[in-house]
Design a protein around this ligand. Structure first.
Ligand code: SF4
Ligand code: SF4
Length: 355
């Protein structure tokens, strides 16, 4: 039976929770190359909860140091792919310091691996991911406009180097297919242990929403499907309605049925949790709305001109060049937009909403 640990924690008391995770999920790291992958979506302040909090990364690094690994690498491929962006993200978020000298820009050395030909024949993945003996994934408890939640499975999307993430958004073309692509990326190299930062969670328009919730937990699991099913339940969403969990189960990666999971700790729904648009339980069970979610006419990004600084990040990162700056602010070409919401994820001012 798969297990999920739910352990109380604050940013100052992460280490006991991490120690407990390694007790429940003993893992032999002696002489092994260990890669620790936080969620480093984009350059931001640690307290914005967009990335894994540095206190969680530090606690895991320090625990791993005690277990005699041959090597430790801390790395991720953030959403913005440009020269220096990886280092900038790690520095600004505090993840660089928390990595204690083990940081590596894993985006600089990709290898090509076979992928699902329905989407792309091959994918470009960090060599460090493929060559690690052990991968410890550190997702954050967050919502996501395309996958409802960004948890253990979605954290592996950062295995992809450079423009591959945006390219796959483009190839997927709609949210339902994107949820399937996320699982295919996860399958490239299934991590060995998941430790989730749920001390402060994100609700609403994730994964870069300003709406945060004190949750006060660290979660741990050796199975991503079980962990994400727990997270969905905490968010008030029926896990069986999420396409990426359905696909993960179909592919033999685990089961979202929590009667098959041993929960160690107390599983409680977060009161009045705000799911992203179209993510609610009733919505997820409504075939008409699911069809709309899968269509290209569902939502478009809208720019809040009171927040936008005209920096152009969204324009640079749009995989289909659907945005252009007109005078000061970006405008979207609705016919070209594929509703991937990369622009919303990566806008440093949180100026883009789903509308
Ligand atoms: S919407 Fe955001 S990313 Fe785009 S130009 Fe404005 S501030 Fe920059
Ligand atoms: S405008 Fe935004 S949502 Fe539309 S395709 Fe470009 S990045 Fe994706």
């Amino acid at each position: 039976m798969k297990k999920v640990l739910i352990h109380p924690a604050t940013h100052d008391t992460v280490r006991p929770a991490v120690d407990r995770a390694f007790e429940i999920f003993p893992i032999n790291l002696s002489g092994k190359k260990v890669l620790i992958k936080p969620n480093a979506l984009r350059s931001s302040d640690a307290d914005e909860a967009i990335v894994t909090h540095p206190s969680v990364l530090r606690a895991v690094v320090e625990k791993v140091e005690t277990l005699n690994p041959a090597a430790i690498i801390v790395g991720d491929n953030p959403g913005v792919a440009s020269y220096g962006a990886n280092e900038e993200c790690f520095e600004k978020t505090g993840l660089m310091e928390a990595a204690k000298g083990y940081y590596q820009n894993i985006g600089n050395d990709p290898v090509t691996v076979d992928f699902n030909p329905a989407f792309m024949a091959s994918a470009s993945v960090s060599r460090a991911i493929m060559e690690a003996d052990i991968i410890i994934s550190l997702p954050r408890f967050k919502t996501h406009g395309l996958t409802v939640l960004s948890g253990a499975i979605k954290n592996s999307y950062g295995f992809l180097c450079g423009a591959q993430k945006a390219l796959l958004h483009k190839v997927a073309g709609n949210p339902a297919r994107f949820q399937e692509v996320v699982v295919d990326v996860f399958k490239i190299r299934v991590p060995d242990l998941f430790i989730m930062d749920a001390v402060v969670g994100m609700e609403g328009n994730g994964p870069s929403s300003p709406d945060l919730r004190d949750i006060g937990l660290i979660l741990a699991a050796d199975n991503a499907v079980a962990m994400d099913a727990v997270v969905a339940t905490m968010m008030g969403c029926d896990p069986s309605c999420l396409r990426f969990l359905q696909k993960a189960k179909e592919d033999g990666l685990g089961d979202y049925d929590l009667t098959t999971v041993n929960i160690i700790g107390t599983l409680e729904k977060v009161k009045n949790f705000k799911l992203p648009p179209l993510g609610g339980e009733g919505v997820a069970q409504n075939p008409a709305i699911q069809e709309m979610l899968a269509s290209k006419i569902s939502f478009r990004p809208q720019v809040d001109q009171s927040l936008c600084t005209g920096c152009g990040t969204c324009v640079d990162q749009c995989p289909v060049s659907a945005l252009e700056i007109v005078d000061v602010f970006p405008e979207v070409d609705a016919d070209t937009c594929i509703t991937c919401f990369c622009c919303q994820e990566l806008c440093p001012e949180k100026a883009i909403q789903l509308g």
